[in-house]
Ligand binder design. Structure first.
Ligand SMILES: C[S@@+](CC[C@H](N)C(=O)[O-])C[C@H]1O[C@@H](n2cnc3c(N)ncnc32)[C@H](O)[C@@H]1O
Length: 446
């Protein structure tokens, strides 16, 4: 089974059947692909641990709240989300990382693995004593079922209870730093592929016309000519590289780099499956310290990456590796602008949910300072403009990632109003989320 039409939960059910999992412990960062499974088959969950949380919709995890562990940081917007959710989940356990802000791209297992492992093992031991998980009877350490890849560490052939790890969001090392320690006690099944986690999130956005419309406007201003070489910095799962390769009909060799090995592995698999591996080459690369010589590429572009890096270092590097006469194009999310949630809700709710969402790394750029940075960079022929991305599938990963953040701002009556308005907007085909992006393009002096 690998049909494109399958939903993520159908794929997961097929995998669970294949591995003989009637009950398992689960580790996730975000519940998006488990939401409907939690509702329909809560008995599948011997326990559920959410690690690196910065948003949570309490009603979704309610059916498993007596075997739920929430791990989050004490900084940033996530604290409010947790404070709002916790009273509805009185039986859940929680652990707060001190002096730690969880951002979408935080490497939580890498940064806080030493705290996560003992806490989680203790929680798992108690959950396992209450309702033991299935012991997968397989001797296959790797495989793929219904488009989901799996890799097993620890005891196999019925030797250990199943602990299923779904991919995290943008975390560079994913669960890797802690897998071996968990595998001393559990049959740890790490999942991957384009239908889950960060790849589903970023690739879902990167193949959505609502995002590509804004990207296209930006790329048009870059003005890529046939035969010009392109460097894409912070390529993620390579969605925009595949889009560009198709758009330019393979006329431009694309070099795509990222610091995230998980994304690079998945990007190469997807590009190969789509027959694009000849035109796109993926490899490791850090925006703040690119490994390429000065004056290497005709076009250097980057989309929604400068938020996560030191923006000064990154822009200097992008310019350094561009050839004289080459163009540098950067697009960032605009956390200084209000969003549009096109749902028929009251002005009070709109005021809250459409407020700018603070989400930028230290030294990163996610606001109109992008224009000043380009203005002072020495680049010429500047094109500076905002654009938007839209999301109109409330079942898609992007919507499911953004929406739960709002519930920490709404009281019970407002939440009920929100759900009714959402049903109304779906019924009248007008549901829409729009967010701003800032774009800048400049030419390196030749
Ligand atoms: C939100 S994703 C954007 C992916 C892609 N550009 C797109 O728009 O679909 C941000 C990407 O930037 C990468 N990234 C973050 N810091 C980076 C750095 N210092 N160097 C290279 N890539 C980085 C992340 O690993 C992630 O893949």
């Amino acid at each position: 089974m690998s049909g494109d039409a399958l939903s993520a939960n159908q794929r997961l059910y097929a995998l669970f059947d294949h591995l003989g999992l009637e009950r398992a412990h689960f580790g996730v960062q975000n519940t998006a692909e488990l939401d409907s499974i939690i509702a329909a088959r809560p008995e599948l969950f011997a326990s559920l641990a959410l690690s690196g949380l910065n948003r949570l919709q309490a009603e979704i995890v309610m059916p498993v709240e007596d075997r739920l562990l929430l791990m989050y940081g004490d900084g940033g917007a996530g604290v409010d989300a947790m404070a709002a959710s916790m009273p509805s989940l009185p039986n859940a356990e929680s652990y707060c990382f001190k002096d730690y802000t969880v951002l979408t791209w935080s490497d939580v297992a890498g940064d806080r693995g030493a705290e996560i492992v003992p806490r989680w093992l203790d929680f798992l031991k108690r959950a396992e004593a209450r309702a033991p998980a299935s012991r997968p009877n397989t001797d296959q350490r790797t495989g793929e079922v219904a488009g989901i890849s799996y890799r097993i560490a620890g005891p196999i052939n019925g030797g250990g209870p199943a602990l299923v790890l779904l991919p995290m969001l943008l975390s560079a090392s994913q669960w890797e730093p802690i897998v071996e320690r968990l595998a001393q006690h559990y049959c740890v099944i790490s999942l991957g592929g384009r239908h889950l986690g960060g790849v589903a999130f970023i690739d879902g956005r990167g193949t959505d016309p609502g995002y590509l419309r804004g990207v296209e406007m930006h790329v048009k201003e870059i003005g890529i000519q046939p035969g010009e070489t392109v460097l894409d910095v912070g390529c993620g799962p390579g969605s925009l590289d595949r889009w560009l390769a198709r758009k330019t009909e393979g006329a431009n060799p694309i070099t795509a780099v990222d610091v995230n090995g998980y994304f690079l592995r998945e990007a190469a698999v997807i590009a190969k499956a789509e027959g694009l591996s000849e035109i796109i080459s993926f490899g490791p690369g850090n925006a703040e310290e690119l490994q390429f010589a000065d004056n290497s590429f005709d076009v250097v572009m980057s989309h929604t990456v400068m938020e996560e890096c030191n923006a000064d270092k990154m822009l200097a590097e992008l310019i350094r590796v561009a050839k004289p006469g080459g163009r540098v194009g950067v697009m960032v999310r605009a956390v200084d602008m209000r969003s549009l949630w096109n749902l028929p809700v009251s002005a009070t709710i709109k005021e809250k949910v459409e407020a700018p969402v603070p989400s930028v790394g230290i030294g990163g750029c996610a606001d109109a300072s992008l224009y000043r940075r380009f203005g002072q960079s020495g680049l010429t022929n500047l094109k500076l403009f905002p654009t938007t991305m839209t999301v109109s599938d409330p079942e898609g990963y992007t919507w499911k990632y953004y929406e739960p953040y709002l519930f920490s701002m709404l009281d019970d009556a407002e939440t009920a109003e929100w759900h009714a308005a959402k049903a109304q907007a779906i019924a009248d085909n007008s549901i829409l989320l729009a967010r701003w992006l800032h774009c800048a393009v400049g030419t390196k002096v030749g």
